[in-house]
Write a protein that binds this ligand. Sequence first.
Ligand code: DLL
Length: 415
Amino acid sequence: MEQGRLLAGLVDRVLATGNPQAERLLAAGVTGGGDVSLENLVGVPMISKADIWDCYPFGLRAVAEEDVVCVHGSSGTGGRPTLIPYTRQDIEIWARVMARALGGAGATRGSTIHNGYGYGLFTGGLGVHHGGMWLGATVVPVSGGMTDRQIRLIQDLRPDVLTCTPSYAIHLGEALKGAGTSLKVGVFGAEPWTEEMRAQIENLLGLKALDIYGLSEIIGPGVACESLDSQGMLNVAEDHFLVEAVDAEGNPVPDGTPGELVFTTLTKTGMPLIRYRTGDVAALADPVPGAKRTLKRMSKLKGRTDDMLVIRGVNVFPTEIEAVLLADERVSPHYLVVEDRRNPARSELRVATEPFSAAVDPEQLTNDLVTALRERLGITCDVRVLTPGSVPRTEVGKARRLARWTEGEPPLLGL
Ligand code: DLL
């Protein structure tokens, strides 16, 4: 099978570098591509973000320095920055998987793509840019922020495709104040978002909202993307990125069961990774039966392993809280989940929300949300319904939906 052949070639390429990833393979007894197959992949050592940090900046690079054409990564809010070197071939692969993702969302050569993802080290802006141009569409490289100018461009250039984070889509939708647009589809990602958030975005912007997933370590956006025909799941670009889902011990979980996603970059050259554990949790599934697309699918992300909250023994992902909050039509899509750890022996969950309108009775809404959260998640949360506008909006970068309160002032006034 094609994936098996690419995998063996990848293992040979990595071994030839002698880099720390190669040393780890050798230590596990892997001396050549012939030692690894799709069937025995589970026995091959995994690699993590900590390993990339340990080799900062480019210790895991697998090509000569002059073959690198650009660098992307994440700025490292949670720690050190992660930098990824790309070769010309990597950029082409990225452009192709992104073009396929945009095409699956209905974009064509005739499309205008309003690209509100940030341009820079972050992969969102340039990933969509490369893919949109590869497809032959017109990309408007607006980047994040300056919302008034974005509204003006949407009205003047009449784009059919919007690409940005789901939280910024909400922000744009609110700034449009009900004015109709030419937008038909949105390709939103880089942050977790639920079906309930999807309904709010579709309602606000009058478009079809699709999910796109990716991470700089693997390539950027386009590792997986929903298409109009993928039935709510994301098609994984398996011809380039081999996917596994594993439990906490690293054992594979069956399709349909959420597990940590592990990717192998079959065709990447600048910084290929074998069994990169992402910390992202989702469930895998086969392609839609009988469909033309033959790629494995993944569910929307439940969250990240490091964002999972343990409240009095109950495990909760912030997305589960979002789903309960936004299922109530009185609640606006602006919220913050706060894990109150001031007493480390007993974490409490506080949830700050806003009603859509000042006409909503805050006391009634508070009681209803406490009940709904208890019924759905089995935990009692301290819900605060704040006045509209209290929860900070994110105009640039990723929305912050989870805060940890360890001491001192609350992360948000009113908690
Ligand atoms: O966020 C790449 C990207 C850009 C994806 C634009 C989609 C759209 P990083 O900055 O390296 O790359 O962050 C990667 O973001 O491990 C997930 O935890 C999270 N993430 C990305 N897409 C989604 C999504 C880009 N659709 C990290 N749903 C990943 C939930 C997502 N979380």
